[in-house]
Design a protein around this ligand. Sequence first.
Ligand code: FMN
Length: 391
Amino acid sequence: VEPRNFADVRELARRRIPKVAWDFIDGGADDEVTLRANEAAFRSWVLRPRHLRDVSKRDLSVTVFGRRLELPVILSPAGLLRIAHRTGELGAARAAARHGTVYTLTSNSSVSIEDVAAGAPPGSLWFQLYIWRDRGRNVELLERARAQGYTALVVTVDVAVAGKKERDIKNGFKIPLKATPSMVLGLARRPRWVADYLREGPVSFANFDDLATGRRPAELFKQINQILAHPGATWRDLEWLRSVWDGPLIIKGTLTAEDAEQAVQCGVDGISVSNHGGRQLDGVPATIDALPEVVDAVAGRAEIFIDGGVRRGIDVITALALGARAVLIGRPYVFGLAMDGEAGVHRVLEMLRHEIDVAMALTGRASMDEIDRSCIAPASRAQAAAGVIPR
Ligand SMILES: Cc1cc2nc3c(=O)[nH]c(=O)nc-3n(C[C@H](O)[C@H](O)[C@H](O)COP(=O)(O)O)c2cc1C
Protein backbone atom coordinates (compact mmCIF):
# COMPACT_ATOMS: atom_id res chain seq x y z
CA VAL A 1 0.00 0.00 0.00
CA GLU A 2 1.21 3.51 -0.83
CA PRO A 3 0.82 5.75 2.24
CA ARG A 4 -1.05 8.97 1.55
CA ASN A 5 -0.50 10.71 4.86
CA PHE A 6 0.83 10.47 8.41
CA ALA A 7 -2.05 8.25 9.55
CA ASP A 8 -1.16 5.71 6.83
CA VAL A 9 2.53 5.81 7.70
CA ARG A 10 1.75 5.27 11.38
CA GLU A 11 -0.43 2.30 10.50
CA LEU A 12 2.15 0.77 8.14
CA ALA A 13 4.80 1.17 10.85
CA ARG A 14 2.54 -0.63 13.27
CA ARG A 15 2.57 -3.64 10.95
CA ARG A 16 6.36 -3.66 10.63
CA ILE A 17 7.63 -3.46 14.20
CA PRO A 18 6.66 -5.18 17.46
CA LYS A 19 4.17 -3.54 19.78
CA VAL A 20 6.82 -2.78 22.40
CA ALA A 21 8.78 -0.72 19.85
CA TRP A 22 5.71 0.93 18.33
CA ASP A 23 4.40 1.97 21.75
CA PHE A 24 7.80 3.38 22.71
CA ILE A 25 7.61 5.65 19.66
CA ASP A 26 3.89 6.44 19.62
CA GLY A 27 3.27 6.80 23.35
CA GLY A 28 3.29 9.78 25.69
CA ALA A 29 3.33 10.49 29.40
CA ASP A 30 0.49 9.71 31.83
CA ASP A 31 -2.92 10.10 30.14
CA GLU A 32 -1.40 11.40 26.90
CA VAL A 33 -3.55 14.54 26.95
CA THR A 34 -0.72 16.78 25.77
CA LEU A 35 0.23 14.24 23.11
CA ARG A 36 -3.28 14.39 21.60
CA ALA A 37 -3.57 18.14 22.14
CA ASN A 38 -0.41 18.80 20.14
CA GLU A 39 -2.20 17.53 17.05
CA ALA A 40 -5.68 18.79 17.88
CA ALA A 41 -4.66 22.37 18.73
CA PHE A 42 -3.52 23.04 15.17
CA ARG A 43 -7.23 22.82 14.34
CA SER A 44 -7.95 25.88 16.47
CA TRP A 45 -6.63 27.97 13.57
CA VAL A 46 -8.05 28.35 10.09
CA LEU A 47 -6.30 29.52 6.96
CA ARG A 48 -7.26 32.75 5.17
CA PRO A 49 -6.63 32.08 1.50
CA ARG A 50 -5.98 34.90 -0.97
CA HIS A 51 -6.59 34.31 -4.64
CA LEU A 52 -5.41 35.50 -8.06
CA ARG A 53 -1.86 36.26 -6.88
CA ASP A 54 0.24 34.32 -9.43
CA VAL A 55 1.41 31.25 -7.55
CA SER A 56 2.81 29.53 -10.63
CA LYS A 57 6.28 29.43 -9.04
CA ARG A 58 6.53 28.47 -5.39
CA ASP A 59 9.62 28.52 -3.20
CA LEU A 60 9.49 26.39 -0.05
CA SER A 61 12.95 27.29 1.17
CA VAL A 62 13.72 29.10 4.43
CA THR A 63 16.89 30.58 5.90
CA VAL A 64 17.93 29.12 9.23
CA PHE A 65 21.01 30.63 10.91
CA GLY A 66 22.04 32.04 7.58
CA ARG A 67 21.76 28.74 5.77
CA ARG A 68 19.14 27.88 3.17
CA LEU A 69 16.98 24.83 3.83
CA GLU A 70 14.94 23.53 0.91
CA LEU A 71 11.87 23.10 3.07
CA PRO A 72 10.84 24.49 6.47
CA VAL A 73 10.93 21.06 8.12
CA ILE A 74 13.83 19.80 10.26
CA LEU A 75 14.14 16.31 11.73
CA SER A 76 13.92 16.44 15.53
CA PRO A 77 16.23 14.36 17.73
CA ALA A 78 14.90 10.92 18.62
CA GLY A 79 16.81 8.30 20.56
CA LEU A 80 17.41 4.61 20.02
CA LEU A 81 16.08 4.52 16.44
CA ARG A 82 17.55 1.14 15.58
CA ILE A 83 14.45 -0.04 17.38
CA ALA A 84 12.47 1.32 14.41
CA HIS A 85 14.78 0.11 11.65
CA ARG A 86 18.18 -1.53 11.45
CA THR A 87 19.72 1.60 9.84
CA GLY A 88 18.57 3.73 12.79
CA GLU A 89 19.44 7.42 12.92
CA LEU A 90 21.68 7.13 9.85
CA GLY A 91 18.77 6.16 7.57
CA ALA A 92 16.84 9.22 8.74
CA ALA A 93 19.84 11.54 8.40
CA ARG A 94 20.42 10.50 4.80
CA ALA A 95 16.78 11.10 3.86
CA ALA A 96 16.90 14.59 5.45
CA ALA A 97 19.98 15.50 3.41
CA ARG A 98 18.31 14.31 0.20
CA HIS A 99 15.54 16.82 0.88
CA GLY A 100 18.01 19.63 1.53
CA THR A 101 17.25 19.89 5.22
CA VAL A 102 19.03 18.91 8.44
CA TYR A 103 18.90 15.96 10.78
CA THR A 104 19.35 16.45 14.52
CA LEU A 105 21.20 13.56 16.13
CA THR A 106 20.44 12.95 19.80
CA SER A 107 23.28 12.16 22.20
CA ASN A 108 21.18 9.07 23.04
CA SER A 109 21.48 7.70 19.52
CA SER A 110 21.84 4.03 18.66
CA VAL A 111 24.28 4.88 15.84
CA SER A 112 27.29 6.89 17.00
CA ILE A 113 28.13 10.54 16.27
CA GLU A 114 30.97 9.34 14.06
CA ASP A 115 29.04 6.68 12.15
CA VAL A 116 26.17 9.04 11.31
CA ALA A 117 28.63 11.71 10.15
CA ALA A 118 30.44 9.17 8.00
CA GLY A 119 27.24 8.21 6.19
CA ALA A 120 25.50 11.59 5.82
CA PRO A 121 26.59 14.48 3.57
CA PRO A 122 28.61 17.28 5.21
CA GLY A 123 26.64 20.21 6.62
CA SER A 124 23.42 18.25 7.03
CA LEU A 125 23.66 17.49 10.75
CA TRP A 126 22.86 19.18 14.05
CA PHE A 127 23.71 17.63 17.41
CA GLN A 128 21.39 17.46 20.43
CA LEU A 129 22.73 17.29 23.96
CA TYR A 130 21.15 16.67 27.31
CA ILE A 131 23.00 18.50 30.06
CA TRP A 132 24.87 15.72 31.81
CA ARG A 133 26.05 16.04 35.40
CA ASP A 134 29.63 15.39 34.34
CA ARG A 135 30.89 18.48 32.51
CA GLY A 136 33.80 16.56 31.07
CA ARG A 137 31.29 14.25 29.41
CA ASN A 138 29.48 17.25 27.85
CA VAL A 139 32.74 18.65 26.54
CA GLU A 140 33.74 15.30 25.12
CA LEU A 141 30.43 14.93 23.25
CA LEU A 142 30.61 18.49 21.90
CA GLU A 143 34.15 17.99 20.73
CA ARG A 144 33.19 14.81 18.95
CA ALA A 145 30.24 16.55 17.29
CA ARG A 146 32.37 19.54 16.30
CA ALA A 147 35.13 17.32 14.92
CA GLN A 148 32.56 15.50 12.79
CA GLY A 149 31.10 18.68 11.31
CA TYR A 150 27.77 18.95 13.16
CA THR A 151 26.88 22.60 12.59
CA ALA A 152 24.47 23.50 15.41
CA LEU A 153 23.90 22.44 19.00
CA VAL A 154 20.41 21.74 20.36
CA VAL A 155 20.21 21.61 24.16
CA THR A 156 17.12 19.79 25.42
CA VAL A 157 16.03 21.06 28.84
CA ASP A 158 12.70 19.35 29.53
CA VAL A 159 14.01 16.05 30.90
CA ALA A 160 15.15 16.94 34.44
CA VAL A 161 13.83 13.47 35.25
CA ALA A 162 12.25 10.90 32.94
CA GLY A 163 8.50 11.30 32.33
CA LYS A 164 6.10 8.48 33.13
CA LYS A 165 5.35 6.65 29.91
CA GLU A 166 2.77 4.15 31.00
CA ARG A 167 2.67 2.11 27.80
CA ASP A 168 6.39 1.39 28.25
CA ILE A 169 5.84 0.41 31.85
CA LYS A 170 3.01 -1.93 30.87
CA ASN A 171 5.03 -3.49 28.04
CA GLY A 172 8.13 -3.96 30.18
CA PHE A 173 10.17 -1.79 27.78
CA LYS A 174 13.82 -1.61 28.81
CA ILE A 175 17.15 -1.01 27.16
CA PRO A 176 18.44 -3.48 26.23
CA LEU A 177 15.17 -5.05 25.21
CA LYS A 178 14.49 -8.21 27.10
CA ALA A 179 11.74 -10.46 25.82
CA THR A 180 9.17 -10.86 28.58
CA PRO A 181 6.45 -13.52 28.34
CA SER A 182 3.91 -10.84 27.36
CA MET A 183 6.18 -9.68 24.53
CA VAL A 184 6.76 -13.08 22.94
CA LEU A 185 3.63 -13.22 20.82
CA GLY A 186 4.18 -9.70 19.50
CA LEU A 187 7.79 -10.55 18.58
CA ALA A 188 6.76 -13.82 16.91
CA ARG A 189 4.49 -11.81 14.59
CA ARG A 190 7.41 -9.68 13.39
CA PRO A 191 10.03 -12.25 12.28
CA ARG A 192 11.79 -9.85 9.91
CA TRP A 193 12.31 -7.25 12.63
CA VAL A 194 13.51 -9.95 15.04
CA ALA A 195 15.96 -11.32 12.44
CA ASP A 196 17.39 -7.81 11.87
CA TYR A 197 17.64 -7.25 15.61
CA LEU A 198 19.46 -10.51 16.20
CA ARG A 199 21.85 -9.86 13.30
CA GLU A 200 22.68 -6.25 14.21
CA GLY A 201 22.92 -6.74 17.95
CA PRO A 202 21.07 -5.08 20.84
CA VAL A 203 19.96 -1.48 20.45
CA SER A 204 21.95 0.61 22.90
CA PHE A 205 23.52 4.02 23.50
CA ALA A 206 26.21 4.11 20.82
CA ASN A 207 27.90 7.28 22.13
CA PHE A 208 28.65 5.82 25.52
CA ASP A 209 30.51 2.70 24.57
CA ASP A 210 33.26 3.47 27.05
CA LEU A 211 30.75 3.40 29.89
CA ALA A 212 29.57 0.03 28.68
CA THR A 213 32.87 -1.80 29.01
CA GLY A 214 32.75 -4.24 31.84
CA ARG A 215 29.10 -3.42 32.53
CA ARG A 216 26.01 -5.35 31.75
CA PRO A 217 23.75 -3.40 29.34
CA ALA A 218 21.06 -3.04 32.01
CA GLU A 219 23.57 -1.31 34.26
CA LEU A 220 24.53 1.03 31.43
CA PHE A 221 20.90 2.11 31.03
CA LYS A 222 20.72 2.78 34.75
CA GLN A 223 24.00 4.65 34.63
CA ILE A 224 22.84 6.88 31.79
CA ASN A 225 19.49 7.60 33.37
CA GLN A 226 20.60 8.14 36.93
CA ILE A 227 24.23 9.15 36.98
CA LEU A 228 24.69 11.18 33.83
CA ALA A 229 21.26 12.84 33.93
CA HIS A 230 21.31 16.08 35.83
CA PRO A 231 18.17 17.32 37.60
CA GLY A 232 20.40 19.92 39.29
CA ALA A 233 21.08 21.73 36.00
CA THR A 234 20.44 25.50 35.96
CA TRP A 235 20.67 28.43 33.54
CA ARG A 236 24.35 28.68 34.54
CA ASP A 237 24.90 25.36 32.75
CA LEU A 238 23.31 26.81 29.61
CA GLU A 239 25.56 29.90 29.90
CA TRP A 240 28.52 27.59 30.25
CA LEU A 241 27.49 25.61 27.15
CA ARG A 242 27.16 28.91 25.32
CA SER A 243 30.76 29.70 26.26
CA VAL A 244 32.11 26.39 24.96
CA TRP A 245 30.08 26.08 21.74
CA ASP A 246 30.63 28.78 19.15
CA GLY A 247 28.13 27.67 16.48
CA PRO A 248 24.38 28.24 16.57
CA LEU A 249 22.86 27.11 19.88
CA ILE A 250 19.17 26.20 20.22
CA ILE A 251 17.34 25.51 23.45
CA LYS A 252 14.64 22.83 23.04
CA GLY A 253 11.68 22.45 25.38
CA THR A 254 10.70 26.05 26.16
CA LEU A 255 6.97 26.68 26.73
CA THR A 256 6.84 30.03 28.55
CA ALA A 257 7.72 33.69 28.00
CA GLU A 258 9.81 33.66 31.20
CA ASP A 259 12.04 30.81 30.03
CA ALA A 260 12.30 32.31 26.56
CA GLU A 261 13.59 35.55 28.11
CA GLN A 262 16.13 33.67 30.24
CA ALA A 263 17.28 31.72 27.21
CA VAL A 264 17.80 34.92 25.22
CA GLN A 265 19.78 36.34 28.18
CA CYS A 266 22.01 33.25 27.99
CA GLY A 267 22.78 34.07 24.38
CA VAL A 268 20.94 31.32 22.53
CA ASP A 269 20.47 31.72 18.78
CA GLY A 270 17.30 29.65 18.62
CA ILE A 271 14.42 28.41 20.75
CA SER A 272 12.37 25.35 19.95
CA VAL A 273 8.96 25.51 21.55
CA SER A 274 8.47 21.89 22.55
CA ASN A 275 6.88 19.59 25.10
CA HIS A 276 8.94 16.62 23.92
CA GLY A 277 6.01 15.33 21.89
CA GLY A 278 3.93 14.85 25.07
CA ARG A 279 6.45 12.31 26.32
CA GLN A 280 7.57 14.13 29.46
CA LEU A 281 5.07 16.25 31.44
CA ASP A 282 1.44 15.61 30.61
CA GLY A 283 -0.93 18.54 31.06
CA VAL A 284 1.32 21.22 29.57
CA PRO A 285 0.01 23.27 26.65
CA ALA A 286 0.02 22.05 23.09
CA THR A 287 3.04 23.61 21.44
CA ILE A 288 1.06 25.60 18.87
CA ASP A 289 -0.81 27.21 21.80
CA ALA A 290 2.46 28.10 23.54
CA LEU A 291 4.14 29.45 20.42
CA PRO A 292 2.64 32.99 20.36
CA GLU A 293 3.74 33.70 23.94
CA VAL A 294 7.32 32.73 23.12
CA VAL A 295 7.36 34.61 19.80
CA ASP A 296 6.12 37.77 21.54
CA ALA A 297 8.62 37.50 24.39
CA VAL A 298 11.59 36.94 22.10
CA ALA A 299 10.63 39.76 19.72
CA GLY A 300 13.09 38.77 17.02
CA ARG A 301 16.13 38.26 19.29
CA ALA A 302 16.38 34.55 18.39
CA GLU A 303 15.01 32.26 15.70
CA ILE A 304 11.93 30.36 16.84
CA PHE A 305 11.12 26.75 16.04
CA ILE A 306 8.33 24.46 17.13
CA ASP A 307 7.89 20.71 17.37
CA GLY A 308 4.97 18.50 18.39
CA GLY A 309 1.90 17.41 16.46
CA VAL A 310 2.96 18.63 13.01
CA ARG A 311 1.26 16.14 10.69
CA ARG A 312 0.12 18.09 7.64
CA GLY A 313 1.40 20.77 5.32
CA ILE A 314 -1.25 23.14 6.66
CA ASP A 315 0.19 22.66 10.18
CA VAL A 316 3.54 23.92 8.89
CA ILE A 317 1.83 26.98 7.37
CA THR A 318 0.05 27.68 10.68
CA ALA A 319 3.28 27.42 12.68
CA LEU A 320 5.12 29.75 10.31
CA ALA A 321 2.20 32.18 10.29
CA LEU A 322 2.49 32.38 14.09
CA GLY A 323 6.17 33.24 13.91
CA ALA A 324 8.15 30.00 13.66
CA ARG A 325 11.11 29.98 11.28
CA ALA A 326 10.73 26.24 10.64
CA VAL A 327 9.13 23.23 12.32
CA LEU A 328 10.68 20.05 13.66
CA ILE A 329 9.04 16.67 13.26
CA GLY A 330 9.49 13.57 15.42
CA ARG A 331 7.03 10.69 15.04
CA PRO A 332 6.25 11.31 11.36
CA TYR A 333 9.81 10.52 10.33
CA VAL A 334 10.39 7.87 13.00
CA PHE A 335 7.36 5.97 11.72
CA GLY A 336 8.59 6.53 8.16
CA LEU A 337 11.86 4.91 9.22
CA ALA A 338 9.98 1.98 10.80
CA MET A 339 7.92 1.61 7.63
CA ASP A 340 10.81 1.45 5.18
CA GLY A 341 14.15 2.81 6.45
CA GLU A 342 15.69 5.73 4.57
CA ALA A 343 13.14 5.34 1.74
CA GLY A 344 10.31 5.58 4.26
CA VAL A 345 11.65 8.83 5.73
CA HIS A 346 12.15 10.13 2.20
CA ARG A 347 8.51 9.32 1.46
CA VAL A 348 7.29 11.17 4.57
CA LEU A 349 9.27 14.28 3.63
CA GLU A 350 7.97 14.08 0.09
CA MET A 351 4.39 13.93 1.33
CA LEU A 352 4.93 16.93 3.60
CA ARG A 353 6.69 18.88 0.85
CA HIS A 354 3.78 18.23 -1.49
CA GLU A 355 1.20 19.24 1.10
CA ILE A 356 3.10 22.45 1.94
CA ASP A 357 3.39 23.27 -1.74
CA VAL A 358 -0.34 22.76 -2.36
CA ALA A 359 -1.22 24.77 0.75
CA MET A 360 0.98 27.66 -0.42
CA ALA A 361 -0.61 27.70 -3.87
CA LEU A 362 -4.13 27.53 -2.48
CA THR A 363 -3.54 30.21 0.15
CA GLY A 364 -1.98 32.44 -2.51
CA ARG A 365 1.53 32.59 -1.04
CA ALA A 366 4.47 31.94 -3.34
CA SER A 367 7.26 32.06 -0.77
CA MET A 368 7.80 31.56 2.93
CA ASP A 369 8.25 35.31 3.65
CA GLU A 370 4.67 35.81 2.54
CA ILE A 371 3.46 33.58 5.35
CA ASP A 372 2.52 35.85 8.22
CA ARG A 373 -0.34 36.47 10.63
CA SER A 374 -2.61 37.50 7.75
CA CYS A 375 -2.64 33.82 6.64
CA ILE A 376 -4.57 32.57 9.67
CA ALA A 377 -7.43 33.35 12.03
CA PRO A 378 -8.89 31.61 15.08
CA ALA A 379 -11.22 28.75 14.17
CA SER A 380 -14.81 28.69 15.29
CA ARG A 381 -15.59 26.21 18.04
CA ALA A 382 -17.46 23.99 15.60
CA GLN A 383 -14.57 23.96 13.17
CA ALA A 384 -11.99 23.15 15.86
CA ALA A 385 -14.19 20.29 17.07
CA ALA A 386 -14.55 18.98 13.51
CA GLY A 387 -10.79 18.79 13.22
CA VAL A 388 -10.23 16.23 15.96
CA ILE A 389 -9.34 12.99 14.24
CA PRO A 390 -10.10 9.91 16.33
CA ARG A 391 -7.01 7.80 17.05
C1 FMN B 1 11.02 7.78 19.77
C2 FMN B 1 11.31 9.18 20.20
C3 FMN B 1 12.51 9.47 20.84
C4 FMN B 1 12.83 10.78 21.21
N1 FMN B 1 14.07 11.04 21.75
C5 FMN B 1 14.42 12.34 21.97
C6 FMN B 1 15.75 12.66 22.36
O1 FMN B 1 16.61 11.81 22.51
N2 FMN B 1 16.04 13.97 22.56
C7 FMN B 1 15.12 14.97 22.40
O2 FMN B 1 15.43 16.14 22.60
N3 FMN B 1 13.86 14.69 22.03
C8 FMN B 1 13.50 13.41 21.79
N4 FMN B 1 12.22 13.14 21.35
C9 FMN B 1 11.26 14.25 21.17
C10 FMN B 1 11.33 14.80 19.73
O3 FMN B 1 12.56 15.44 19.47
C11 FMN B 1 10.23 15.83 19.49
O4 FMN B 1 10.26 16.82 20.49
C12 FMN B 1 8.83 15.23 19.43
O5 FMN B 1 8.85 13.92 18.90
C13 FMN B 1 7.96 16.12 18.56
O6 FMN B 1 6.66 15.69 18.54
P1 FMN B 1 6.03 14.80 17.34
O7 FMN B 1 6.52 13.42 17.58
O8 FMN B 1 4.58 14.98 17.58
O9 FMN B 1 6.50 15.38 16.04
C14 FMN B 1 11.88 11.83 20.99
C15 FMN B 1 10.67 11.53 20.36
C16 FMN B 1 10.37 10.24 19.96
C17 FMN B 1 9.06 9.97 19.26
